[in-house]
Design a protein around this ligand. Structure first.
Ligand SMILES: Cc1cc2nc3c(=O)[nH]c(=O)nc-3n(C[C@H](O)[C@H](O)[C@H](O)COP(=O)(O)O)c2cc1C
Length: 163
């Protein structure tokens, strides 16, 4: 069983990630370290701006308390994700908004191609009809974007990488 925690999650003044709460998370993570959890997935502190780097020290607090596989997210791109893993901050990085904006994110990362910027308009809400519009990005060197119409009722497009 994997466990997902968001110790820094906050909601205005209604829910604040203050030190007493973080101390509770410290105890919880230390307890999880004694249990056979297959991984701990941590959402980090929100970066200070849309293009700001992830708050790496905020993860260190948990790396020192949990020896098992640690996955982190919140504000990473390819470079900062690779750097975090190389530095031992985490064992892996997960991507949410980048993946929603780039259905071919894995291929883009593998080919070191620029990922389309994360935008609220790329997040699907309600009934999914696939990715409506994939902003043009030329994939060269043996790779290309294939777009096709979604099935009946779906007016959008899906994209896949053709090797
Ligand atoms: C479409 C979408 C759905 C998400 N659903 C959940 C959810 O159900 N539970 C949760 O804890 N976080 C959810 N998240 C938050 C992500 O897991 C992640 O913590 C957050 O987007 C920051 O990571 P990122 O910078 O890679 O996007 C969701 C994010 C997106 C974009």
């Amino acid at each position: 069983m994997g466990v997902r925690l968001a110790p820094y999650w906050h909601d205005g003044d209604r829910f604040v990630a203050d030190e007493p709460l973080l101390a509770d998370y410290d105890a919880l993570v230390a307890e999880l370290d004694e249990r056979p959890v297959s991984y701990l997935h941590l959402r980090g502190r929100d970066p200070i701006g849309p293009d700001a780097a992830p708050d790496i020290p905020a993860f260190a607090r948990y790396r020192s308390r949990f020896a098992g596989p640690l996955i982190v997210n919140n504000g990473f791109d390819r470079a900062t994700g690779n750097a975090a893993v190389a530095a031992g901050v985490a064992d892996a990085v997960s991507y949410a908004r980048h993946y929603v904006a780039n259905p071919d994110l894995v291929a883009r990362f593998a080919l070191d191609l620029r990922a389309v910027a994360r935008r609220p308009g790329h997040v699907l809400r309600g009934r999914s009809r696939g990715v409506r519009r994939l902003p043009g990005e030329q994939l060269g060197h043996g790779a290309g974007l294939m777009a096709r119409r979604a099935g009946p009722g779906g007016g959008g497009r899906r994209a896949a990488v053709v090797p």
